[in-house]
Design a protein around this ligand. Structure first.
Ligand code: KG4
Length: 340
């Protein structure tokens, strides 16, 4: 039997809708929100209003591109959290209204779990490169840095996570210190490609287990710049590429060190990355290098699945549909959680 799921994602500043039939993606429409650029970060109230404007055209377009009629949908999967409350409310309320009008079930999806399960979305029918269980997934975004042991579609264990800032936050905050626009991650990545990663040394955390910390690095970056700027007011301008390359190398080094430790100690060589920072080319290169050195089988998501998207919500909904895990009509969004 075919199972056709509409996925809706609205946890932050991307409004997205996707149709998946079984595990095959039929459409994945994403509307970003340029309105935040002038503010150097996402403004929750503006995000919520933009979702309200975008949600109907985005869902309509996703159904059109998939060539699927509303009446063919088996269920509607929506991101219940974590994320911005006002943003989540738009997707959740829309999902409720549409599900009620069509008389089909709703399926709540955890945004972080969805990032991991994006690896199971097929873009072509014959695709067979999905990870095998158990695997480790390094989930790195603007809000999270976690190492997750994925035992099954519905069985994930967070074995390490940041105790303060997320990796994407470190990129974004250090970019801001250098006067670069938001989001800083992609810009640092681009400038770093032409810089020397060994030009500057920044402090690395020493914390036990598989946990991360990035706030010390941010402070070390800030103090280095503050001291150098006293000697030379144009220090940042003259050294921007080297600063970006050295900062990026430090972040990637911190991420990879704990990931490799976990892989070795848990004896798992099936390794995946997910989340916004998984778009970083240096992280991707590092993963390839470790794969060669340690015999890892690696899973790197297509760029379209690194940012927030509804295909990952729809695929998570698909696996929950198979277990008939539906949500009540009074399901409320939640802003913070980890994968249980
Ligand atoms: O998953 P995501 O789209 O949403 C949030 O959790 O916010 O991740 C966004 C984060 C931002 O911090 C952004 O700077 C970072 O991902 N990012 C990158 C790159 N592309 C996006 N960081 C480093 N290198 C990149 N190429």
């Amino acid at each position: 039997m075919n199972i056709t799921i509409l996925g809706i994602e609205s946890s932050c500043d991307d409004t997205s809708a996707s149709v998946i039939r079984n595990t095959l993606m039929l459409s994945n429409v994403i509307a970003g929100q340029a309105v935040h650029e002038a503010y150097g970060g996402v403004v929750p109230e503006l995000a919520s209003r933009a979702h309200q404007q975008n949600i109907i055209p985005v869902v309509t377009e996703a159904l059109k591109q998939a060539n699927v009629d509303k009446s063919e949908l088996n269920a509607i999967a929506f991101t219940r959290g974590p994320g911005l409350m006002g943003s989540l409310l738009v997707g959740t309320s829309f999902a409720k209204g549409l599900a009620a009008s069509l008389g089909i079930p709703m399926i709540e999806v955890n945004h972080l779990q969805a990032h991991v399960l994006a690896h199971f979305v097929k873009q072509t029918p014959g695709q067979t490169n999905q990870p095998e269980f158990p695997f480790l997934c390094l989930l790195v975004s603007g809000g999270n840095s976690q190492i997750i042991k994925v035992n099954n579609y519905d069985d994930m264990q967070v074995i390490g996570q940041t105790i303060d800032d997320a990796a994407g936050e470190a990129f974004d905050k250090c970019a801001k210190i250098m006067g670069l626009p938001y989001p800083g991650g992609p810009i640092i990545n681009k400038l770093a490609n032409e810089g020397n990663p060994d030009a500057f040394a920044f402090s690395k955390p020493h914390i036990p287990g598989y946990n991360y910390s990035f706030s010390g690095l941010k402070t070390s970056f800030l103090y280095t710049l503050r001291d150098k700027l006293k000697e030379d007011a144009s220090f940042i301008e003259k050294n921007k590429k080297d600063l970006c390359a050295s900062l990026q190398a430090t972040i990637i080094n911190i991420l990879m060190h704990k990931l490799a430790k976990a892989a070795k100690e848990l004896n798992i060589n099936e390794i995946a990355i997910a989340g916004g920072v998984s778009a970083n080319t240096s992280l991707r290169d590092a993963l390839h290098n470790y794969a060669k050195r340690y015999g890892w089988k690696i899973h790197i998501p297509p760029l379209a699945f690194t940012t927030d998207n509804a295909a990952m919500v729809a695929i998570t909904g698909y696996y929950k549909y198979q277990k008939q895990e539906f949500s009540p009509m009074d399901a409320q969004p939640f802003s913070r959680t980890i994968i249980k």
